[in-house]
Write a protein that binds this ligand. Structure first.
Ligand code: GAP
Length: 511
């Protein structure tokens, strides 16, 4: 645990040191759970957004984009259920005065049991070696079965109490499980109560005439209210999807863990409109497609898992999370939800406008069902960044800090160095920068010894360095150095562009 915390601290300080993420308005001591992206962070974020956009919109002929406004008519949020049901169950510890999400306390308790079970399994695997049968061990070992049973009982009861809005039972569960406050260590809890997460604001010049608005807590509703605009003007036929990226705002009470849970964040969402009755087929399709998108980035298949929801949101008939192995354990990275016809029907009811599709094959009109994929861009950033930050022992006994970002996402693709600041080498290096800058984000660096420059780019995440030396003048070749393997090769100046393009093109990563 201490090792995990240590690693996470390193992630946060590296993100600041290399211009990826700064605390918001830091000169005024910052604003809790709000962050700014620096010169490298904004590039990485843009590249992740683009990787998502291309794979969702460009790669699917039946998915188109949208950019809806953050401000929406306030009735939108009544129809969507957010005014009545978008809240977290909160509980306070009377001794530490710290506030927690009651459901998260129970989920953390369950995760601890899961870790105990995994420890037993790992111990047995070590004992039995190659002959170890994990499935059989899990099905028969009394200790593992005991942990799993306790887990299921706790999460099952939590889901039931939350569904029934029985907050007294949620408190009773926390007491029965003897969950203690991580700060005070006491079990002195207040009652559980619901807290709405939407930020309110006002539109209008004077207090008397101003309209109450909400900052959108999800981008999805902008898609639903534009369903018919897009369907008609784009002549879209079901099944089809609308994709959107943009800011969302939530007054998170327990906002911890850096950019994992923020108050202002960015979502990348896609609503896929399907025939009623076909939603489970498409739900399975999107589960598989989205997991493939994640694994295409090479962060390790073992770092992802599905977590099916026991407690479904008010709009869903099936839901799963793609969880990622963050430095603080497996947590939700993306949600895939079968949202039924809840949203379109609710907007029909509240607006009095029909939101239906005439299906020529069935010769009938219906309100489509929706399968949604929803991922937090900042959370994806954290997944990529934390997984990429590594400390390596080198053969010569030294060590290096390297940010092994997938090359397609790296903020700067190439750094170009003259070996020395004389003999015409800087001029050649600058000419190479000028040629490459049309296709890639490229930088020039002539300060310090070349080894130090390599280390600087390793830590910043730049996948390729090009060094111009005295041989370049003779034979028009340069050295290309690969960040991950540290291998160096001699290549012709005229081949640089094609070699890098092959390594960072969307086509070579996604297929
Ligand atoms: N439209 C459905 C929806 O918004 P959600 O599970 O509440 O579903 C989707 O959010 C994704 O948005 C999450 O999987 C997560 O990646 C991201 N997300 C949600 N709340 C967040 C927060 N406070 N900070 C950063 N990312 C967040």
């Amino acid at each position: 645990m201490a090792k995990q915390e240590d690693q996470f601290k390193k992630v946060i300080s590296h993100a600041k040191e290399y211009g990826y993420i700064f605390g918001s308005s830091e000169i005024y001591d910052g604003l809790s759970a709000v962050y700014d992206y620096g010169q490298n962070g904004v590039e990485l974020k843009k590249n992740i957004r683009e990787y998502w956009w291309k794979s969702m919109v460009n790669m699917h002929q039946n998915i188109v984009g949208l950019d809806a406004a953050i401000f929406m008519h306030p009735t939108t949020w009544k129809a969507s259920g957010h005014v009545d049901a978008f809240s977290d169950p909160l509980i306070d510890n009377k001794d530490s005065k710290k506030r927690y999400r009651a459901d998260v306390l129970v989920e953390d308790y369950a995760e601890k049991l899961n870790q105990k079970a995994e420890k037993e399994i790992a111990k047995a695997a070590k004992c039995f070696g190659d002959s170890f049968d994990r499935a059989q061990f899990e099905a028969t070992n009394p200790r593992v079965l005991g942990y799993r049973e306790k887990m299921k009982a706790a999460t099952g009861r939590l889901a039931k109490s939350l569904d029934a809005d029985d907050l007294a039972d949620v408190k009773a569960l926390i007491e029965e499980l003897e969950i203690v406050c991580p700060v005070s260590g006491s079990k002195n809890w207040t009652d559980v109560r619901q807290f709405n997460l939407m930020f309110g604001t006002k539109l209008g010049a004077s207090a008397e005439t101003a309209t109450d608005l909400y900052l959108r807590p999800e981008t999805a509703q902008g898609i639903f209210v534009n369903f018919l605009n897009v369907q008609k003007t784009g002549r879209m036929k079901i099944p089809f999807g609308i994709a959107q990226t943009g800011k969302a705002f939530r007054n998170e009470i327990v906002a911890r863990q850096f950019i994992f849970r923020m108050r202002e964040f960015e979502q990348m969402e896609m609503q896929f409109f399907v025939r009623p009755g076909e939603e489970m087929k498409w739900y399975e399709y999107w589960k598989e497609t989205r997991l493939n998108w994640h694994t295409s980035l090479g962060l390790g298949e073992e770092n992802y898992r599905f977590h099916d929801h026991e407690k479904l949101a008010h709009y869903a008939n099936a839901a799963t999370d793609i969880e990622f192995n963050f430095p603080f354990g497996f947590k939700e990275l993306e949600g895939i939800h079968s949202r039924t016809d809840f949203d379109l029907k609710a907007h029909e009811e509240f607006s009095g406008k029909k939101l239906q599709f005439f299906d020529p094959e069935l010769n009938e009109s219906y309100v489509p069902y929706v399968v949604e994929t929803s991922i937090g861009l900042d959370r994806m950033f954290l997944a990529v960044f934390s997984n990429s930050l590594q400390e390596e022992e080198l053969e010569d006994g030294s060590s290096r800090v390297v940010l092994k970002l997938p090359a397609i996402l790296a903020p700067v693709k190439v750094a170009v160095f003259p070996l020395v600041k004389k003999d015409g080498l800087p001029e050649i290096a600058k000419k190479i920068v000028d040629d490459l800058k049309f296709d890639f984000n490229v930088i020039y660096d002539e300060k310090d010894a070349v080894g130090k420059r390599y280390r600087r780019q390793d830590a910043a995440g730049t996948p390729f360095c090009i060094t111009v030396d005295h041989d370049t003048i003779k034979d028009q070749t340069v050295t290309i150095r690969h960040r991950d393997s540290m291998k160096q090769e001699r290549i012709a100046i005229q081949d640089i562009n094609a070699i890098i393009e092959q390594q960072v093109s969307f086509k070579s990563w996604i297929s």
